[in-house]
Design a protein around this ligand. Structure first.
Ligand SMILES: Nc1ncnc2c1ncn2[C@@H]1O[C@H](COP(=O)(O)OP(=O)(O)OP(=O)(O)O)[C@@H](O)[C@H]1O
Ligand SMILES: O=P(O)(O)OC[C@@]1(O)O[C@H](CO)[C@@H](O)[C@@H]1O
Length: 304
């Protein structure tokens, strides 16, 4: 079973404003809201590509109930831990560019935090645990490291999608797959990474530190897959970007979904990249049809 863990879920409130004026009253031309948070997005896309998963994490209040109900309607299994405060609302403002304002999220108490460890302790050999998104301020910063260690002890594979230097400690737990974007990779090593050539040596460092497969996503420039045997580059097809929120999560879901279905890493990479682009070209998360139409258009070449 695949378990996705979102420590700080959100309701994503999407607003399109044609001619946004800071400090003025602006009227929206389009608005929508969806459950959000990286692990939740991964589970929603997995469902669309035909792979079941269970969503773990902390939710609270009316926003938490909305998320739980929405996922239930989509037929996605959840095992949330309830907290006292309200799950956050994250604003995604699309004007000429995209601006995101993410909330802090509710406080998580020790007793609630221990329940999550119990859930991870019950993972079994062959399970996959996806740890994705930011760690709320009330939880220890090294939480992904401890959860990865525990999951590994249970025989589960771990997938991590997080930003910040803490990923350098998490990779010591030998995650099966990590997906920094090129900015996050640069931040980890205090360098600026603009091109695939600049990214490769740092992807290889993450392998040396313990990660098994590293995908470095580079938005419209595609992505790189770095493994111990080879480096692959994927180029993405051109399209009109409608919403890039969740593109990285869709890459993770497409990769995992294809991997659990046929075990081929390069094909998983191709499906992951197609899924990321399919989401970027949609108003919401990608559908199975969107992904299928882009898979043949992803060009992959071995460059190392
Ligand atoms: N403008 C775009 N055109 C085509 N494909 C895109 C575009 N933006 C993103 N993608 C696809 O989505 C994948 C992930 O995008 P990106 O590198 O922006 O991840 P991310 O920073 O984790 O995204 P986010 O945090 O917004 O979910 C890319 O590898 C690519 O396949
Ligand atoms: O604040 P975090 O946890 O880093 O990111 C949360 C978030 O921006 O990530 C998702 C897109 O990847 C959105 O659904 C959600 O609002």
């Amino acid at each position: 079973m695949i378990y996705t863990c979102t420590l700080n879920p959100s309701v994503d409130y999407i607003l399109h404003v044609n001619d946004f004026q800071l400090g003025d009253l602006n009227r929206v031309s389009f608005e929508a809201h969806y459950p959000g948070g990286k692990g939740i997005n991964v589970s929603r896309v997995l469902k669309r590509v035909g792979v079941e998963s269970q969503v773990l994490g902390f939710i609270g209040g009316f926003t938490g109930s909305y998320i739980e109900g929405f996922l239930r309607e989509e037929g996605i299994s959840t095992n949330f831990i309830r907290v006292n405060g309200d799950t956050r609302i994250n604003i995604k403002l699309k004007t000429k560019s995209e601006t995101e304002i993410n909330g802090q999220g509710p406080e998580i108490k020790d007793s609630q935090f221990r329940q999550l460890f119990k859930q991870v302790e019950s993972l079994q050999d062959g399970d996959i645990l996806v740890l994705a998104g930011s760690i709320p301020g009330s939880l220890p910063g090294n939480l992904y490291q401890s959860l990865s260690k525990l999951a590994k002890k249970q025989g589960a594979k771990v997938v991590v999608d997080m930003s910040g230097k803490a990923l350098l400690d998490v990779v010591k737990q030998e995650p099966f797959f990590i997906k920094p974007n090129h900015h996050e990779l640069g931040e980890m090593f205090d360098v600026i990474i603009e091109t695939p050539e600049e990214a490769i040596p740092y992807g290889q460092k993450l392998l040396e530190f313990g990660a098994k497969h590293v995908v470095i996503s580079m938005a419209e420039k595609g992505a790189l897959l770095v493994t111990k045997d080879a480096v692959y580059q994927a180029s993405v097809s051109k399209g009109t970007v409608k919403n890039s929120v969740g593109a990285g999560d869709s890459l993770v879901a497409g990769f995992l979904g294809a991997y659990v279905q046929d075990g081929d890493i390069v094909q998983a990479f191709r499906t992951g990249v197609a899924s990321g682009s399919a989401t970027a070209f949609s108003l919401e998360l990608c559908t199975w049809e969107d992904v299928q139409s882009l898979v043949p258009k992803v060009e992959i070449k071995r460059i190392g």
